[in-house]
Design a protein around this ligand. Structure first.
Ligand code: PSV
Ligand code: MN
Length: 424
């Protein structure tokens, strides 16, 4: 479904006066408004192709209808999100859920919507129909050479699809690990995995990056072969300069200090990709910022500080992606909320008075340091983010238009109530 630009303008018109009042106020408060608006406009978050359908749990799935039936329809959905918020100009594909049968057609369609191809994701955590060897006991770590080879070949095939689409990175997330003590020889599992990753790394084009994503647990519940940032960094360091660690917010044990991890990985030049979501207990796939907005702010604060220290471009220096798909919301509404939460938190991180913070740190003035951070976190930046969207041609209230224009109802009419998108 398409929302014409004039419709967006009409909706914006109704809210313009109130928005202007709020924007003038914040612009008067903030020193570097123009710079912040430019940075917000440049910042794009990739939407994963598997988040456009309703996610499920192992107990059930309750699809809301109108889900995209093909890769083309997924791109159309992201096109709609991007048109409204002007910050979702990228898609991250999962193979084999989204094999592009006609790459040039898919590429042209994405370009039409202003969407580029972000990291490609391989999948060796499920068995596909007709697949020769099972991944039940792992993929790259598997004790059987033929299983390992199959997983290597699959990743190389994913690179091939990515090259056709103009992507420049591969994310490898392995579900490999063990469920019971004694099931695995940890060193052998590590060595097998490393040698598989080395084969994949060799097939990587020169200008590509490889992201090694870690996860504390699930689907394995005793050990995970790439279980934390230390293990991921170990692989990335051994692989070489094109290999990086990827941080997914949902992949840590409770209360881990993720902002410190991010800071040190950036210092080492080894943070490559980032997956946004939120959680209360584990890998809960909840909307970004829905549970722990202050933690997200502290992480963003380190991202901005660490990237600036290395002279990195915020928009292009890391692969930014949402990685969530929950089972009770309209997925497109959920994604609009997630992107909004990311943009708000990024804006707050840009507000942090770095000079004052550094001064407080050098003086070990703990209270002053806290004041600096919480001042930025408690600033209402909604009008700043809305202004950046408005200037880029987007909507003052993306979710408001989505509802007013009854997008889901239209999608159900167009695609049917019983459609099920590929993905989890
Ligand atoms: C695994 O939990 C993960 O975070 C990886 O990024 C996967 O590619 C994605 O979720 C979807 O399964
Ligand atoms: Mn992830």
């Amino acid at each position: 479904m398409e929302i014409e630009k004039y419709k967006i303008d009409e909706h914006n018109q109704v809210q313009l006066a109130a928005h202007k009042r709020a924007f003038d106020f914040i612009a008067g408060e903030v020193k570097n408004t123009a710079d912040i608006l430019d940075k917000l406009a440049a910042f794009q978050v990739a939407i994963p192709s598997w988040a456009l359908g309703t996610g499920g749990t192992r107990f059930g799935r309750f699809p809301g209808g109108g889900e995209p039936r093909s890769l083309e329809e997924k791109i159309e959905d992201i096109g709609l999100l991007h048109k409204l918020n002007q910050s979702s100009g990228a898609i991250s594909l999962h193979i084999p859920w989204d094999i592009p049968k006609n790459a040039s057609h898919i590429k042209a369609l994405a370009a039409q919507h202003g969407i580029r191809f972000d990291a490609m994701n391989s999948n060796t955590f499920q068995d596909q129909p007709g697949q020769e060897h099972s991944y039940k006991f792992g993929s790259l770590q598997n004790v059987k050479k033929e299983v390992r080879q199959q997983a290597i070949d699959h990743n190389i095939e994913v690179i091939h699809y990515g090259k056709e689409l103009g992507s420049d990175s591969l994310t490898v997330w392995l579900a490999d690990g063990s469920c019971f003590p004694g099931q695995l020889n940890f060193r052998q599992a590590f060595q097998h995995t490393l040698s598989g990753l080395e084969q994949i790394y060799k097939a990587l084009p020169d200008d590509w990056k490889m992201f090694v994503e870690y996860k504390a647990f699930e689907p394995n519940f005793y050990s995970t072969t790439v279980g934390d940032w230390g293990q991921s960094l170990l692989y990335a360091n051994k692989l070489g300069p094109k290999a990086y660690t990827l941080v997914d917010l949902g992949h840590h044990h409770p209360n881990v200090n993720i902002e410190q991890i991010v800071s040190l990985l950036l210092m080492e030049g080894k943070l490559g990709g980032f997956h946004f979501n939120d959680s209360k207990y584990g890998d809960d796939d909840l909307t970004v910022g829905a549970i722990k907005p202050y933690q997200l702010f502290l992480i963003f604060n380190e991202l901005v500080e660490g990237m600036d220290a290395r002279g990195m471009n915020h928009a292009t220096g890391l692969g930014w992606m949402i990685d969530a798909s929950h089972n009770v919301k309209d997925p497109l509404e959920d994604l609009l909320q997630s992107v909004e939460a990311i943009m708000l938190t990024y804006a707050q991180a840009l507000l942090v008075d770095r000079r004052k913070l550094q001064e407080a740190q050098q003086n070990s003035d703990v209270a002053a340091a806290q004041e600096v951070l919480q001042h930025a976190f408690r600033t209402d930046v909604r009008a700043l983010v809305a202004e950046a969207r408005l200037r880029a041609g987007g909507a003052l209230s993306p979710l408001g238009i989505y509802r007013a224009e009854k997008v889901r109802e239209h999608l159900i009419k167009e695609r049917g109530l019983k459609t099920v998108a590929t993905g989890l």
